[in-house]
Design a protein around this ligand. Sequence first.
Ligand code: GRF
Length: 197
Amino acid sequence: MTSFCILLSGRGSNMEALADAVRDGRLDARIDFVASDTADATGLERARERGIETVVLPYSSEGKKASEQRLSRLCSARGVEWIVLAGFMRILSSEFVMAHAGRIVNIHPSLLPSFPGRDGIGDAWRWGVAVTGVTIHLVDAGIDSGPILAQRAVEILPEDSLETLEEKIHAAEHALYWKTLSELFRTGVPAERRWRR
Ligand code: GRF
């Protein structure tokens, strides 16, 4: 069975949506562990409550290189095939990305290439766009720049607030991530998406 790990830094609602999909058999895969760069991420607590093993990467005490080495070692020792980012707020080094090329997936809360970076929802909101959304993509050495696997549009209606927009974006994320991973794990990266640009 396909095995993956999840990296997060925050509350972990996407991790929970993926864990639900695994539990219900919608996503035929196994979450080997959930890792974070910070020990106090709510998502780690939520993972532990679900009986998923958690790992704190030593970013604050030992830095990026040691943390990435630890993660690489864990993945290879346990045969983890995919690294799934779900609100992980660190930028992976190009060495790490190259070592796991085509095996790292990220979810971003905007229609990339619009609004990359830390606040994709707020940036779209402040810009005043009528449509934003969610992107799932492979990670390359840039920021939110890798080949796109799936996107969902979310309309910003006149009655929306930043809070209701955030809710709509997260609902779209939770519906799309497991489906995209399910297809990716079964069939690999769709060739037309990987090579179009
Ligand atoms: C999500 O909006 C995701 O797209 C972005 O970070 C947020 C994480 O939320 N990369 P959560 O921790 O999964 O609730």
